[in-house]
Design a binder for this molecule. Structure first.
Ligand code: ZN
Length: 263
């Protein structure tokens, strides 16, 4: 039987795949149903759209367009508003807005923090206008709590907290607001992530790799989308259920969150 799993967050445009990108995508396609590659800034976003539209990967590589907070600080207001217009124009070619959010780990200067927060608000507003889900990057002390407040204040209906590193209690609060949690392949090394997988309902979970980052295997530096399989396996273990049940549930979650089956 064919395994049909989904990697809802990776970066196939990144330089780590420069030498063998086609093979990486072909290998992923052998076991995955689809992947969502996330643009992190304007240039990367253009690359992601181009990649997704190549004949060979059509309907396998899906795109979300966002502006990672570490890139917000290096762009001018003008560049950001041009990019927002670009996103609006490409509404039908994307499945979500992301990754967007807050990063108190890399962005420490109070003025810069303020700016990342106001751009985050703008991008949430854009997602609401375009009726698209958001994929959230929230890193550093208090970022998840604050991000949750921003998202609910902006009246966002569909949001995924990508690469969730928070405590199980916080995951529960997020699910109670109707939002979803995505767990990465590094779950194999994280007790907290395992607890989150156990605690929150299957109906609010997604799986991702954030490839080329966060490899589950410390020997192998570069991560690839098919490693998302270990997240499904770990969720099944934590839920004391079988792989197929997890696969069906995540498939349904993907449909509810991104409004398409990926086929
Ligand atoms: Zn990412």
């Amino acid at each position: 039987m064919r395994v049909e799993i989904i990697d809802i967050h990776c970066h196939l445009t990144f330089k780590e795949y420069e030498a063998d990108r086609e093979k990486v995508i072909e290998d992923a396609r052998a076991i995955l149903k689809c992947v969502v590659t996330s643009g992190v800034e304007p240039e990367d976003g253009r690359k992601a759209l181009e990649l997704a539209e190549s004949e060979s990967w059509h309907d396998f590589v899906l795109v979300s367009l966002g502006l990672h907070p570490i890139h917000v600080v290096e762009k001018s207001d003008h560049e950001i508003s041009d990019y927002e217009e670009f996103i609006s124009k490409n509404r039908t070619r994307i499945v979500g807005i992301g990754e967007i959010g807050l990063d108190y780990y890399w962005v420490r200067d109070p003025m810069k923090i303020k700016r990342t927060e106001s751009v985050f608000e703008e991008l949430l507003e854009l997602a609401r206008e375009l009726n698209l889900p958001v994929i959230l990057h929230l890193r550093g002390e208090g970022a998840i709590e604050r991000g949750l407040k921003f998202v609910s204040d902006a009246d966002i209906k569909r949001a995924v907290f990508h690469c969730f590193t928070g405590k199980p209690q916080l995951a529960t609060a997020i699910c109670e607001e109707g939002y979803h949690i995505s767990l990465p392949a590094s779950i194999v090394r994280s007790k907290t992530m395992k607890k989150v997988a156990k605690r929150i309902p299957l109906s609010a979970l997604h799986a991702e790799t954030d490839a080329p980052y966060l490899s589950p295997d410390t020997e192998q530096k570069r991560n690839v989308p098919q490693q998302v399989k270990v997240v499904y396996e770990e969720i099944a273990r934590q839920k004391k259920t079988d792989f197929q049940t997890v696969e069906d549930a995540i498939d349904a979650n993907f449909e509810r969150m991104f409004g398409r089956s990926g086929l």
